[in-house]
Structures are given as C-alpha cells and as structure tokens.
Ligand binder design. Sequence first.
Ligand code: SF4
Ligand code: SF4
Length: 352
Amino acid sequence: MQYFAFQWHITDECDQRCKHCYIFAEGHALLVSMTWENMQLVVQKCVEFCKKFNRLPYFYITGGDPILHPNFWQLLELLKQKEIPFTLMGNPFHLTEEVCRKLRSFGCEKYQMSIDGMEKTHDWFRKPGSFQTTLEKVACLKKAEITSIIMTTVSGTNIDEIPGVVDTVVKTGVDVYAFARYVPTSDGKSNEKSDWYISPERYREFLATMDKKFKEYEKEGCETYFNRKDHLWTLYQYENGEFKIPDNAEKGTIYGGCNCGNCHFTISSNGDLMACRRVSNSIVGNIIKDDIKDVWLNQMESYRNYEKFSKCSKCELLAWCRGCPAVAAGSHGGNFYSEDPQCWKKLEEESC
Ligand code: SF4
Ligand code: SF4
C-alpha cells in the first residue's frame, strides 16, 4: 500500500534563528507548540483519513526543533503503538548517543539536519558551532542505525560553496544528501540585484556541476546517496537524454513533480493544514476543526488547476516537473501558478 505523507510542525521552538527560516521570516510574535490533546487528535484524524483513501500514514515530524516539544517522547510512544513510521527533521544540539538509541527504539527511520554552506557561512546562517556539531552528530545517528540526511537550502549567498559541502558530507559518511532552493520570504530577496537571487542560467550551470560531482562519487561507490530532489533536475535530465517522456503517458495525468495536492499535507503547529509549508499563503483548513477528507477533496482543489500554471501549462514536462511553486510564489507576490524563476526552458522556440 502507498504512503500518504504528513509534514507535521509540532512546535515553533528552536535553538537557532536561521536567516532563511520561514517561521522567523514571517515575523511570528508568538512561538506556538501544539497541545498534547490536539497531537493525539491529529494522529487519529490522519489515520482515519488514510484508511478512507487506502493509504498508510507517514509522518515527517519537524518544528522548530521537534525534540523541544514537551510531549515529544509521548508522541513517539503513540506512533510506536500505532506502528506508524516517521522521519524527524530537526537540529543536532540535543542528539546524544542515548537520545539516538531511544529515537530508534521508537521507530525513527531517518533524521534530517541542515548544512547551508561551509563552516563560516553555515554558522552565519544558523549559529556559531552549528556546522561542527551537525557533522559530529552524523556518527551518533549512524551508530543507532538511523539514516542520516543532510539538506542544504541553496541561494545566491551560498551556491558557490555547495560543491565543498558535498565533499564534506561524503567525507563524514552521511547517508543521504539533497538540496532545495531558498524561497524568498522578504522584500527584495527575489530581486535580480539581490545576493540571494540565482539566475536561471547560473542554476543550470550549478546543476551541471553537481551532476558531475554526484556521478564521480557514485562511480567510486561512495556511501552517500544523492537525492536529486529539485524538480528542475527533470528538465536537466530531459535535456541530456536521461529522462524521456514515456510513450504511454496519458494526457491529463500527473506523474510526478511538485507534491502539492497529490500525496502530501503540511500540518502547522497551530493545526493549520497547508498545501506546502514553503508556500506561506497555502492554508486550506485546520486539522483540529475541519474534516481532512473534505479539505482534501474541496479546498485543496485550488492547488490542482494545472492549466493555470503560467509557463508550465505550455510545457511538455508539466506532468513531471512544475519546478517549485513555493519558490515561484515567493518571487511573484504569492502567486502559486507563476513562473519558476530558475527554470531556464525557452518555450517559444519549441512551439513552432
Ligand atoms: S516550464 Fe515548468 S514544467 Fe517546464 S521545465 Fe520549466 S518548471 Fe518544469
Ligand atoms: S511547492 Fe515546492 S517545496 Fe512545496 S511541495 Fe511543491 S515543489 Fe515541494
């Protein structure tokens, strides 16, 4: 049976104040943590929802730093009882050998942390000492047989350091490495003159560099798996022949790309249901007050109007890519269906 993924932010509490974090970028006056009563309700509602659609629930539990939630261990106990698998996405600071062993015993499969540049840059983004602590904790996770994942948020401020980050994570023995693009959350950061901006050509060049590097490491049989997560990889691989549109593809069917409206819900610390956490205006309901099935079948429909994508709707890769609508929305006044600012595909050349 297929999984249905819930990215669940149980708390906004965090030891870091990352410069690109959407929690603090959106100017939260109050850091919210979900009550234990509501957490139990969330689990119950997600299980019931999945039953109706013949799916299995999978939780990506995050924050803030989820481990800082006062009922964190109680939640893990509940998930264990219900045999629900989960991944944690959090900080390195509270991981010890004992904590990692305990996480594993409750069923934690993977733990994701962030590295956002080489030491100086990363520590500037997050906090002094964060870079070294993150790398040190990889061994802790591996010892407990939890898959370690390192994720990078790429923007114009750190893009040139990412090849060095890859060398570092491979040397450290990280199990999975991936990157996603920064979503501009405040005025001016999507502007072409901003340090945060990446032009489409520069981004394509970056993917070419990363592809070469990943392939070299893969050839050597390195233990890190490189997850080509950004959907613009599909465009890159389409152009170099590694991705082909299947002959039996049916018109109107969505085969891959952005998960919004397909097999994913984000649950915020206040219970808001969102199409994607990175799309700040994508609230479609509230899990505490609403029936998730109704929200999924009705309100979520507004994220499935594929013909509304201003550029992708005219592209033959629509069913497999759609770039990242969160990055598009962050760059174009919140418009989910606007053009991905890093997509380099020129459509007019192909239409004749
Ligand atoms: S136009 Fe859209 S679907 Fe086509 S390559 Fe660009 S982002 Fe992907
Ligand atoms: S909007 Fe972007 S981050 Fe969100 S699910 Fe879609 S591709 Fe992923």
